[in-house]
Every structure is written in C-alpha cells, then in structure tokens.
Design a protein around this ligand. Sequence first.
Ligand code: GCU
Length: 667
Amino acid sequence: EQMDYSMAWLSYRKIPWYPDREYFRKIYVQENEAVIHTAAKELSRAAEAMFDESPQIITILKEAPENSSAGIYLYTDKNGPGNGGYHLYEEGGRLTITAEEPSGILYGCFALIRKVQRQQPLKNLDYKEVPDNPLRMLNHWDNMDGSIERGYSGDSFFFKNQELLINERTADYARLVSSIGINGVVINNVNVKENATKLISEDYAEDLKQLAMIFRNYGISLYLSLNFAAPMELGGLDTADPEAAEVRDWWEKQMKQVYASVPDLGGFLVKADSEGRPGPFTYQRTHAQGANMLAKAVKPYGGVIIWRCFVYNCTQDWRDRKTDRARSAYDSFSPLDGQFEDNVILQIKNGPMDFQVREPVSSLFGALQRTRQILEVQIAQEYTGQQRHVCYLIPEFKEILEFHTCCTKERDTVADIISGRAFPQFAGGITAVANTGSDTNWTGHDLAAANWFGFGRLAFSTSLSAGEIAEEWCECTFGPDKEITEAVCRILMMSWPAYEKYTSPLGIGWMVNPHNHYGPNVDGYEYDRWGTYHRADHYGLGVERGSKGTGYAQTYLEANASMYETIEDCPEELLLFFHYVPYTYRLKNGKTLIQHIYDTHFEGVEDVQKMIALWNGIRERIPEDIFMRVSERLEHQLEHAKEWRDQINTYFYRKSFIEDEKGRKIY
Ligand code: GCU
C-alpha cells in the first residue's frame, strides 16, 4: 500500500532467512479483549511484512494446554507482571507473553517484534519488563488551525481548519507510540485559545469519542489541555473564580458531559497564570485552590488534573537583579506541598528555566514530598536545534532522572520521585513535548525519531542506558547492520555534547534569537522582560544565584545547596548558571574560562564535521532518500554551528580583549 508517510521504526523490512519465523505460524489468544486483539494483529502484521507469514489466530479458553503445539501464546495471568509489565519467554517451541493487564501483552508483543527486527534468537528467551512510571505521556502543542507551537516537522495531524483529523494516520500514530509504551497523549496546545476552548463542548464530542476509541485499542488514554477561563469564554459566566459556586457547578456539568462521551478520558492538562494564560491569581486564589476545584469535578470519573508549574513573571525589568526566573516555580509551588487533591499531578519542567541545552534539575524535585509529580521534558528541540541539528537528548534525560535530590536517604533521584519509589502514594510519571508533525518521516530530521522512540523507551524503563536505546532504535529503523549501528550511534551519542559546545557556555543558556529561538544572538534576551540574562561585561559573565545573589542555590536540599553555592564545588557544566565568574578564572583542567569558551566552540564545529564523515561512511547502506535528507540537514548544522562559534567567540573576545592562546581566527 502507498502511504505518504513512513512508519519510522515500525517500517518492517523483509528478513530473507530467519529460523525463528516458525513461531509465527499460530498465535493463540486467550480472550477477545480489544487490546489483546490489537496485540495479535500487530504480531501478524509484522510477520506478514517481515517474512510473508500469515499467522492463524486461534482463540483459546484459558492458558495454553499441556503439550500444545508450537506458536505464540498471549494471555493475561493474575500472577503475571502488573501495571503494564509483561513476561516474554520461550519454552519447548512455545513463545509466551503473559501479563496481568492486556496493555502488558501489547507491550510484550512490540518487544518481541523489536527482537525479530534485530534478528535476535528467540529460543530460551526469558525477558521481563515492568514500566517504571505509571504515566508515560506525550504533550502535543497542536493548534486547531493545524499549526503547531514550536513544531518543526510540518503541520498537525490531529487538527486542521478547526476540526479533528481522524484517519489512517491517527491509527498509525497510535501504533507507533504504543509500541514504545506511551499510555497518555495530550492532543492540543497548553496555550488553549479560541476553538480549542470548545474541545470540551458538545461540538467536538463525537470526534473525541472516535479518537479515544482508536487510542483505547492501543492502551492509550486521551487527555486535553484546558482553558481555566472556560466558564467565561465558553459558559458565558462573568467569573472563573475557583471558589465561586456557579463556576464549580459549571465545571461539574461540563465534565459530566465530556465523560459521558469519553468515559475513560485520562483528564486535563492546565497551564494557568503563565505567559498570559488565565488562572486562579486573578481571583487571589492559589494554584491549589484552582487545581483542586477542577480535580473534584473530574474525580467521579477517575480523571486527573495535571497542573503545570511553568509559572514565572514574564514582565521583568532587566535592571532588577533580585527577581530570578529560576526561583519562580519553586517559590510558587513548594509552599503548597500537601495541599493538592490526590488526583492532581504537578507537571514540572526538568529545569528551572525552559528546556535549555544545560540547566540544573528543578529544585522542586525533592522539595515536594506530598504531591504527585510529572517530569516534563521537551523532545521538540526548541532550544536544541529545532530538529535541524542532530541532538539526541536521551543522555540528558538520563542525567536528569539520575539526579540525587537528597530528599530521602535512599531512593532520592528524580526517577525515584516520579515513579513513586521515593514516596509511594505519590506516583506520577514523565511527559515530553512532542516532536512529531505531518512530515513524511514524522520528525523532520530522520535522526530526531531517535528522541521520540528513546523518550518512550526511557519512560518505560528508566534503567536502560542512552546507548542501548540508540542501538535499539537504530536496528529497528535501519536493520541490524553493524556498520550502520556503529556510525549512527556514535553520531547520536556525540550530538548533545557537540550542541552544548558550540552554543551558550557552561549552563548559561539562551543567547538565541528572540521569538523563534533559533540561531545565535548573544544579547537577544539581555535587555528584555523574560528574565533570561547572562550579565556579561568586560570582566566576566554569569548569574550569581548563590546566597549573595538571587539565592536560587539555597532552594535545593543539602548537600546540593552547598554544592551549588560554593564555586569550587559547583559542577563546572553549570558554573555560569550559578555564578558570575571572571574570564581569567581557572577551571579544574587549568584552562581559563575564556580559553574554555574558545576551545569548546572550535571543538563543537569539529564534532559536527566528524558526524558528517561518519554519515558519509554509510552512504551505500542507507536508503537514498533518508541519506539525502539527513545529509542536507547535517550540512546546514555545520554552517549554523560555525555561525554560533564565530558569534560567541567574537562577542567574548570583544568583551574581554583576551586573545585565543592558539591564535585561531576570531573576528
Ligand atoms: C516555552 C515556549 C512557549 C510555550 C511555553 C510553555 O516558553 O517558548 O511557546 O508555550 O514554553 O511551556 O508553556
């Protein structure tokens, strides 16, 4: 069949010789449950595409009888792994996938398909996987006119002309995301305006119902972003005060209606009192009052309210050195710990600023101990190359998840907190701002699909390494060809450090063109209202966030607070985030700060040259169209990296008057 888009890592290739195809002649399914049915269908699809095998699907009553014949057996088992986990094993010619829940069977089937794609032997296989995070979500910032806020891969495939799009691609999207373990999807932008406010009205009820059904068959819950001012904009009330009885009644009525059409709607995501969006502050109410009011309205239906902590003053004065955007989420939300209903989950961006290439982990992680939390990351690469530069972010996400918050003696990492290992009754999960659109390859840059795939895999199993995930993605996408895997994984693994080297140094962030956030502009945000400064002068640069500065370092728990406070102990990659440092300051490797800036900027460009050489080396092995698309982007990345290098180096040379020790060209 001819499609105008690829199936990314689910583009099955023919496997000419695969002894283990034998198993795929018969699939025994224990029951006709929708998700298990989906699972069996996915297995047949894969078998047909990879080795022209059309399995017979046989319904059995209970688990496989003794001495039953070879084949694949799918059945739920009360004693099997729960919460979407599965057990996949081979014994005497039978491949079995058991799980407590149907979704576990589906994830097990996709895991099996990955093994076949990688042509791994299935004999004696014994593999268990249980998801670490209850919630594994994607947030689409799609608008109903079809545009995508910070979208770099075409238009929305969820909306067009104020309507929902529900077609083959919707189903294929569901296949792709469930194959990596995603179980919740927010389809509309957090900035809910105009028609998007009406998504909760009768107008869209029928469409949502259909979409939810497609998702449901793949174990995915549908979520919507919500407009806090909907009682006014949609309901015609003259207030949205969360404590007003008429507002409460309106929400209750509205939720009753929404849940009547989609009974298993996951819930709602809310951006309130942030960047001009309405919220409880207008009525002198707290975020807890706002969130709890909505939470009560969805509670009868098992829904959740996901409330974002991305709240800060975006009308700051650059002359003011006391107000610090980095403090904002902490200052707004840490006093509210313990005040939220149990179906409220706070969604916290990974860092205190906004998805920069390097930021410390938000100090809210660890500070909140009686609140459910979702970690929000962004695979859309808004500030990390916008899917034109390769920037494989899984190594970054690993560092964030492994960060020790010091909130408990053991089990104190971000991964421990969100998964519910640190504070068991407060489990949450992880979400990513999505990087997909209507482009034929879904993600614009073909290698950006590794972030999409990798995010899902990491959300499911946070102990996988970034390298393992890269390999898995690569072999599913391009086949198990050692040379491709080696080259592509090296490109991916060097890409985030490279991007960090040729852009803004040592955790300072920003230095981008305002609005589109693409390309270098050192002072682009220096004298503006967004609270994003580098404070460079002729002597040094960096923002003093220790106790002599804004005090942000002190919002961390000990020992982190002292570590960030003390310039000698502060991790060097974050030095300029926490401290104002002279250009002549010597780093641990003996280099001065200014020399470090020069060196890393030259190195970053060289790294991109190495990536291009690696890519060229596998030209014959990669499908022509993909090869060309990636090559073009790599060439652009190289030119753009040079622009970054030259602007940053020149800027600091002109400020500092200090020559490059190596005498390279600086303008
Ligand atoms: C960033 C981004 C905005 C977005 C916001 C958010 O600031 O530039 O486009 O709306 O994050 O996360 O809400």
